[in-house]
Design a binder for this molecule. Sequence first.
Ligand code: ADP
Length: 496
Amino acid sequence: MSDNLELNPRALAARLSGKHLIDGQLVGSLSGRTFDVINPATREVIAQSPYGEAADVSSAVESAAAAQKSWAKVKARERGRLISECGRRLMEHVEELGRLVALETGKALRTESRVEASVLADAFTFYGGLGSEIKGETIPFDTNMLTMTVPQPIGVVGAIIPWNVPMLLMALKIAPALVAGNSVVVKSAEEAPLAVLRVAEIMNQVLPPGVFNIISGFGPECGAPLVVHPKVAKISFTGSVETGKLVAKAAAEKIVPVTLELGGKSPMIIFADADLDRVVNGAISGMRFTRQGQSCTAASRMFVHEDIHDAFVERLIARVNALKMGDPLDEATDIGTIISKGQYETVKRYVELGKNTPGAVANVCNKLPDDPRLADGLFLQPVIFTNMTNDMTLCQEEIFGPVTCVIKWSDYETMLSEANGTDFGLAATVWTNDLKLAMDAIHRLEAGFVQVNQNLVVQAALPYGGVKKSGLGKEASLEAMIEHFTKKKTIIINMT
Ligand code: ADP
């Protein structure tokens, strides 16, 4: 296959059409059924994806279970070396993967999709270096006994992933799982099955067959059988709270460990002394406006001190208005589309609800693209709601779209209790130059990931995960690999 062809995302989508990747081979669904993969910018059908069901799941899990036995015997450092090699090859395919994920998700290539592809490659490089860091402990329990713990692979890991950052969120599951000696079966998100399949294809040029399998299909027909499969020994799930509960219940029936990365309603807390330009930049990146707000860490509640509230709102609206909405594959585009018609309708319902909420002010930003080829595309204008109070539905429920709520505050204690006043606890940011103020907020915020004066996305080296209904367990980091992708065996050798 020529490089040129692979840089054409439509041709690549057509080549990958209708395939799972099981046991090192691109294969169709056992039933022969497929479903449409749609480009949300034009609504054209770009490929088919196999309609995976229990039989496809079994085939992938059996392959993974067989491969895992020999994979676990490969020295950890060598497994790491192979994962690093995957990272190196994926880096060579950044452009191709970026274009493919832009085509299927509608995320703009320059601001989002290409960035995801390069961070993806970096996550493999990071984990590839950690093979030799999988270590246990020795415990001075009794001088006549040698007592230690050994981290061992768990077995077959089932990974269920979402559509918003499909390649990166998959990498944060499978890179540590594989380095730790597990094999994996990934169930891709039905809205975005292609780029992750291409990642799997590239990685399967390096890994033994069966170590990394990927199947596509819908949640109840394909995700649920993966969770309940008796040979799946660990589930790692990223998605909605409601599905997360189902996954956790099914894992509890089998008594297998589960990691859940769920939703968020992350507060961005802005003090009166904050540097306004920096804060506005942080609000643009934090709310992921260039990703149409489709992020679980989106800064969807902005608590702004009354002294700088008006100036902040004015600048934020001006900045969002300056972003260009258009064809995701166009280099000039900042903002692409919403992922699917269903999600588009959901977000629109929230916008309508907001407009009908007494007191709320809807600042509708930006312009829809005027290109007639994009007339059916799922483009949605960002809305910055002001004059909001934390008890309003828009401030309590995860919208997963380009809708943020600005809440003016004056009393610190009231604001902080409101910032903590949702079911979620994924991320939070604090904006001030006063370290004492920042430290107090850092310690009291109910969130798994707190940043001051910046709004970075998840980093491979740092533990990431929420509290409250935002999830269970951490992803990313060495610690999360050992804690969530190995099982600890305690060994006592009596030396007498
Ligand atoms: P979203 O609404 O963002 O799509 P979901 O939680 O529905 O979030 O989907 C996240 C992932 O979970 C997707 O891959 C989806 O197919 C999968 N999924 C949905 N329902 C189930 C289920 N009952 N069991 C297992 N996986 C599921």
